[in-house]
Design a protein around this ligand. Structure first.
Ligand SMILES: Nc1ncnc2c1ncn2[C@@H]1O[C@H](COP(=O)(O)OP(=O)(O)O)[C@@H](O)[C@H]1O
Ligand SMILES: [Mg+2]
Length: 398
């Protein structure tokens, strides 16, 4: 049986969201023919495995969960990722090593969605679901996304980058005023889930917003605020190699949609009637945020959103299940692509189930596609007949 390594957690501010996504995916994989190997990357960056990782409630008490897990180290073995047991404190559990045939990386954000984990899997020569190193890195970086989409003719908002903590605020405020004008959005270059994102009404608030963004990453992106814009998302994946789009969703909230809005259904505290340790909405992850699916846009606009999403997907040469987030000015109908999430919350399964593709079938399609890419790539040549070091004379040229 093919073993699928579901890799989640990670050194990212979206660690908890990743745990939710992974649990949804593992529940769906139960209905497929894969054997599931959960691989949890702790906030310390260490890798763990163990059946306890299948219990979502166990994550409420990380310390006791950790005691039930096996710390593992990855090693490479002939197209399989091998997880070898490691000494865990004074104890050492189970001696056997585990092999993974195909990986499902579900670490949102840094060290997971940004190409780093994908690079590791490339080196291990293991097929993995989702974007490759370059597409992941572009999708995670709001600056590179603008550059690449802009070059491909996909509409994006204009922007300004600030790279250092002491940027000469008066000068930046002046450039904004004479350019796209206030209000603006200030964002860390490569985070997600609205963390570190601020809406800035005037020059007075600019310094704090830039400082906040730069406290998370090197590089803050400033762009005009699309006041009252509708947020529309559409997922894209490949079927037999060609991009296809899901139905669209429309977020019900206008203005800055925060982390709390996204994952806790707008509730700042877990609902009082909840007996569980998780907010009920948090259990649903992205599925539960305030949203209308399918978005009530009409056939022509829906088509435009889908085509723009597929164009954005193709522009970064994406693979796997991506969610493209767009902003639409209601009055003019103008659409811009805001960002691409290359490992979207809940893997955007709720947008595909609307098209008749269940989460288990969605994952099977994604695995098939990851293997298609893997084997196609294997046909490339990785060496040339070189005389460089053998002492034989070159045929021509230098
Ligand atoms: N230019 C903009 N105009 C209006 N709202 C915006 C703009 N940029 C971002 N937002 C709001 O801020 C939220 C977070 O910004 P986003 O670019 O999606 O960053 P993240 O990667 O953290 O999700 C969006 O979901 C939206 O609500
Ligand atoms: Mg976003």
């Amino acid at each position: 049986m093919t073993s699928i390594g579901v890799i989640f957690g990670g050194r990212s501010v979206e660690h908890e969201v990743s745990v939710l996504t992974a649990h949804q995916a593992m529940a769906a994989l139960d209905d497929t023919d894969f054997s599931i190997v959960p691989v949890y990357i702790g906030k310390d960056g260490q890798w763990y495995t163990g059946t306890a990782l299948r219990e979502l409630s166990a994550f409420a008490d990380i310390a006791s969960l950790m005691r039930r897990l096996q710390m593992v180290r990855m090693s490479f073995g002939e197209g399989r990722l091998v997880l070898e047991p490691r000494a865990h404190g004074l104890r050492r559990f189970g001696a056997g090593s585990l092999a993974i045939d195909v990986a499902l990386p579900l670490v949102h954000g840094t060290f997971g969605e940004d190409g780093t984990l994908q690079g590791l899997l490339e080196m291990a020569n293991v097929p993995y679901i989702g974007c490759d190193v370059a597409a992941s890195a572009i999708g995670m970086d709001k600056h590179l996304t603008k550059v690449v989409l802009g070059a491909a003719g996909v509409p994006v908002l204009p922007y300004l980058m600030v790279w250092q903590k002491d940027p000469g605020l008066a000068q930046i405020a002046e450039r904004i005023s004479s350019g796209f004008g206030f209000p603006v959005y200030v964002k860390p270059r490569n985070l997600g889930s609205s963390i570190g994102v601020s809406r800035v009404a005037s020059a007075d608030e600019l310094g704090d917003a830039i400082e906040l963004a730069l406290s998370y990453t090197d590089g803050a992106l400033i762009e005009p605020s699309q006041e009252g814009a509708i947020e529309i998302n559409c997922s894209v994946m490949r079927k037999d190699g060609a991009p296809v789009a899901s139905v669209c969703e429309q977020l019900t909230k206008r203005g800055l949609v925060s982390y709390v809005d996204k994952y806790m259904g707008g509730a700042k505290q877990p609902a009082r009637e909840s007996k569980s340790t998780q907010a009920p909405a948090a259990k649903g992850g992205m599925k539960n945020a305030g949203r209308i699916v399918p978005a009530p846009l009409g056939a022509a606009t829906t088509r435009r959103v889908q085509e723009m999403s597929m164009a954005a997907y193709s522009a970064i040469h994406a693979d796997g299940i991506v969610r493209v987030d767009l902003l639409m000015d209601e009055a003019s109908g103008k659409l811009t692509v805001n960002e691409l999430n290359t490992i979207p919350g809940s893997l955007a399964f709720y947008l595909w189930s609307e098209t008749g593709l269940s989460f288990p079938r969605l994952l099977e399609t994604a695995v098939t596609d990851s293997r298609r890419r893997f084997f196609a790539r294997d046909e490339h040549s990785y060496s040339i007949d070189s005389w460089l070091l053998s002492g034989a004379p070159p045929v021509s040229g230098k």
